[in-house]
Design a protein around this ligand. Sequence first.
Ligand SMILES: [Zn+2]
Length: 101
Amino acid sequence: MPVFVENEANAGAHGEKEFGVAKNYENLIYVSVSTGIGIGIIMKNELYRGVKGLAGEMGHITIDLNGLKCSCGNRGCWELYASEKALLKSLPHHLQKSSLQ
Ligand SMILES: [Zn+2]
């Protein structure tokens, strides 16, 4: 059986297109907000990746030019402030440990 590795947002978009609520649509956007923020884009029944394969990486859009340093190399990326990871980091220290386990 072939095995494919895909990011969460693209896999979610594909799943909804093949088996879910979007199976009767040729265009859709799947938004994933969890440890990061990403979108999967299906256009004309095909997963859209963009020129460099990063079309759905919305979480790495800069919202604060002088913001926190992100693992992608930019500063102030959206997911540093609005993802599940950001929420957990904002909790008091004693709650972070129990939430991350
Ligand atoms: Zn980033």
